[in-house]
Design a protein. Structure first.
Length: 68
C-alpha cells in the first residue's frame, strides 16, 4: 500500500536530502563566521580604547615636558 509514486524515493534520496545537508552545512558555517566576526569587532573596540588611553597619557607627558 505504498501511496507514493516510485519516482519520489530516488528524488528524495539523490536530490532533496543532499541539498538539505548542504544547506545545513552552510548554515553552521555562517553561524560560526558570525561569531568570529563579533569576536573580532569586540577585540578591535578594546584595542581602540587602549590606543586612545595610551595616546592621552602620552599627550599629558608631552605637555608636562613642554611646560618645563
Amino acid at each position: 500500500m505504498n501511496t507514493f509514486p516510485e519516482w519520489i524515493t530516488p528524488l528524495m534520496q539523490w536530490i532533496v536530502l543532499p541539498v538539505l545537508g548542504w544547506m545545513g552545512l552552510l548554515h553552521s558555517r555562517q553561524s560560526q563566521n558570525a561569531t568570529d566576526i563579533a569576536v573580532l569587532k569586540a577585540k578591535t573596540d578594546v584595542q581602540a580604547q587602549q590606543y586612545d588611553r595610551i595616546m592621552t597619557m602620552l599627550d599629558g607627558i608631552e605637555q608636562a615636558l613642554r611646560k618645563d
